[in-house]
Design a protein around this ligand. Structure first.
Ligand code: PRX
Length: 634
């Protein structure tokens, strides 16, 4: 492990350098890696169209930098530790040398299945080492991976397969999650029955070994696919700007969009941010509890840590199985030094009672991290006191699928902390706050919409198959700025606190959910005429989902009907999008132009019905009182 920022002065110096000479700064960082051909130009960009290219002309393969580059210096060091769902089973440790062999072997198997550079491969797997191996194997042959979180429904999976026109799906028989054994392969079969014509093969990893149906000619077992394949081989050399992966994420309108990241910039940025934010030291055991199905898992279980030569742990299970002490057991047993999780998990464990963590000594812990949603003050202090025993800095890392890596965060042990503040931008990141008219808000002690003024290496390149959507969503709201969709506050010391989304996206347990998507799903329930979905504060999840639903005729059995709504949402999206509250209403408050007044619905969902503002201009102001009254019994 080489140089890191080691003091606050160092950070300030590096930050200043990154702003005055961004290209020089990033070129210096990029030199740490193995390039098959050096870049001609560090950066070419405009935020108008948008068009951002880093390390132009450079040729490389990110997996060569994750694996081959470490073989000599740390071949026998553990690269991945896998902690299974069942606490009675032994953890699996995979060294860099072994991981190299497994990735090469599966890459060779993919090639034999006809997968070529540029082909899209969908990965729908539980948190087993094979998920990481499959991901890296795609990258190794220049194929584009699209990992879909294994909790999504068949309909969602099919949508993503079709959008990416994937050629192959890689999956597992079952997903062992807590006490459940979820039939993953069956979901793939259902998805493929929805007309995913681009799919030629399904590769199935045998995880639990329980029975599944295999379709002859189409489906092949992982263990058969790798039989006789070599555990070595050169990585396919690609251009710096060639696509590395697509990851679907929700926005305020329409279906989820495929965020595209590329080899060169993503590599440089995830490694740089990993090393500096967590202050990883050689020999540390680092554990991020995310799922590889989300960006956090991509950047900070797989790529960032492996690029940095770290030991990264992945966990198959859930925080509360077999009991709420599971995380602390794992930390003790594996002597975890750096622990990175989501506020929702912290709140759930906090609610389970102090007894699980109180008398635990976890002397190995040095750094704690959070990601995915704003952390509330109570949870921050609990994490600090009960888990970190007041001697572990908490890095509250703000970033997004589109940013590829951590953008605003303390550097552990270096940046002064302030509870609930993501604090300061990483070197290379130029945030600003903007008012509703698009004017930058200068000075401190201010609030506004969070934008980024200058490209960084891991910035979103496009939304797959629809570049205009990328422009519209992120670059059209404010001229010459990337718009994050978040509101933020900058305090008197210039530190940032993320307030939350300012668009129609809700953040449920750290998962991003578009209200429009949930509404579309609810509207597929028989007898539903229209619906409106808003977020409301939820003690554990951060935000819960509140759905207002209009039906075509009065419903006699409301409970049964609501269950049908829930089933429909689970079928269309997955359990993560299930509304927490459903209210049947005769109408929705609308403006004269027919727009739903979500502001009013949000206030009612929050239980704040005192001052709803001026409702006299509504098309149907009378409906507001009816909804208010109805909400009391929800
Ligand atoms: O609203 C912000 C919130 O999560 C959104 C990004 O979601 P996603 O693309 O799924 O990526 C999550 C993991 C990086 C952001 O727009 N968010 C993320 N981190 C934080 C946060 N909100 C507050 N504090 C954070 N640390």
């Amino acid at each position: 492990m080489t140089a890191k920022i080691s003091s606050f002065e160092d950070y300030q110096r590096e930050y200043a350098h990154s702003v005055t000479d961004p290209e020089g700064f990033w070129a210096e960082q990029a030199k740490r890696f193995q390039w098959q051909k050096p870049w001609r130009r560090v950066l070419k960009w405009n935020f108008r169209t948008p068009d951002v290219k880093w390390f132009v002309g450079g040729r490389l393969n990110i997996t060569e930098n994750c694996l081959d580059r470490h073989l000599e210096s740390r071949g026998n060091q553990t690269a991945l530790i896998w902690e299974p769902n069942d606490p009675g089973r032994r953890a699996r440790k995979i060294t860099y040398k072994q991981l190299y062999g497994l990735v090469c072997q599966f890459a060779n198997a993919l090639k034999a299945q006809g997968v070529k550079k540029g082909d899209r491969v969908c990965i729908y797997m539980p948190m087993t080492p094979e998920l990481a191996i499959a991901t890296l194997a795609c990258a190794r042959i220049g194929a584009v991976h699209s990992v879909v979180f294994a909790g999504f429904s068949a309909v969602s999976l099919a949508d993503r397969i079709k959008d990416a026109q994937a050629k192959v799906v890689i999956t597992s028989d079952y997903n062992a999650r807590g006490p459940k054994n979820i039939p993953v392969k069956k979901v793939v079969d259902e998805a493929l029955a929805l007309g995913c014509d681009s799919i030629e093969h399904v590769i199935v990893h045998q995880n639990t070994g329980d029975a599944i149906k295999m379709e002859p000619g189409r489906d092949i077992w992982w263990h058969d696919a790798v039989k006789g394949r070599r555990k070595s081989g050169k990585a396919t050399v690609v251009n710096s700007e060639d696509m590395l992966f697509i990851l679907y994420t929700s926005g305020s309108t329409g279906k989820p969009k495929g965020v595209v990241h590329t080899h060169g910039g993503y590599m440089v940025y995830t490694e740089y941010s990993f090393r500096n934010v967590f202050q990883y030291e050689d020999g540390d055991i680092y554990w991020c509890t995310a799922d590889i199905g989300w960006i956090t898992g991509h950047s900070y279980i797989v790529y960032g840590p492996l690029l940095a030569g770290a030991t990264s742990m992945m966990f198959e299970g859930v925080p509360t199985y077999p009991n709420a002490g599971r995380f602390w057991d794992i930390i003790q047993r594996h002597k975890v030094n750096i622990f990175y999780t989501a506020p929702t998990a912290i709140r759930a464990l906090m609610a389970a009672g102090d007894a699980w963590v109180k008398n635990r000594r976890m002397p190995s812990l040095r750094v704690l991290g959070t990601v995915g949603e704003p952390i509330n003050e109570e949870a921050w202090h609990w994490y600090n006191e009960r888990v970190g025993k007041k001697h572990c800095p908490i890095v509250d890392t703000w970033w997004q699928t589109e940013t590829g890596g951590i953008m605003i965060s303390p550097l552990a042990g270096i940046t002064p902390l302030k509870p609930c503040y993501a604090t300061l931008p990483l070197p290379g990141i130029q945030p600003c706050l903007v008012d509703a008219n698009g004017h930058e808000i200068n000075g401190n002690d201010v609030e506004g919409m969070l934008c980024i003024k200058y490209p960084w290496p891991a910035i979103i390149r496009t939304t797959y198959g629809d570049h205009e959507r990328c422009r519209q969503t992120y670059f059209a709201t404010f001229k010459n700025k990337y718009f994050t969709g978040d509101g933020a506050r900058r305090d008197a010391d210039g530190m940032y606190r993320i307030i939350g989304r300012v668009d129609d996206v809700i953040n449920v347990s750290g998962h991003r959910i578009g209200t429009a998507e949930v509404e579309d799903a609810i509207n597929k329930t028989p007898h539903v005429v229209e619906s409106a979905v808003v977020g409301f504060p939820h003690e554990i999840k951060g935000q819960g989902i509140y759905a207002y639903v209009i039906t075509s005729a009065p419903i006699s059995d409301a409970a049964a009907f609501k269950q049908t709504v829930l089933d429909t949402v689970v079928r269309e999206i997955g359990p993560i999008a299930k509304p927490d509250k459903i209210q049947l209403v005769p109408g929705l408050p609308k403006t004269r132009s027919g727009k739903i007044m979500r502001r009013i619905l949000r206030k009612i969902a929050e239980g704040d019905t005192g001052n709803l503002g001026d409702i006299s201009t509504l098309l149907n102001p009378e409906v507001v009182d009816i909804i208010k009254t109805g909400a009391k019994s929800i």
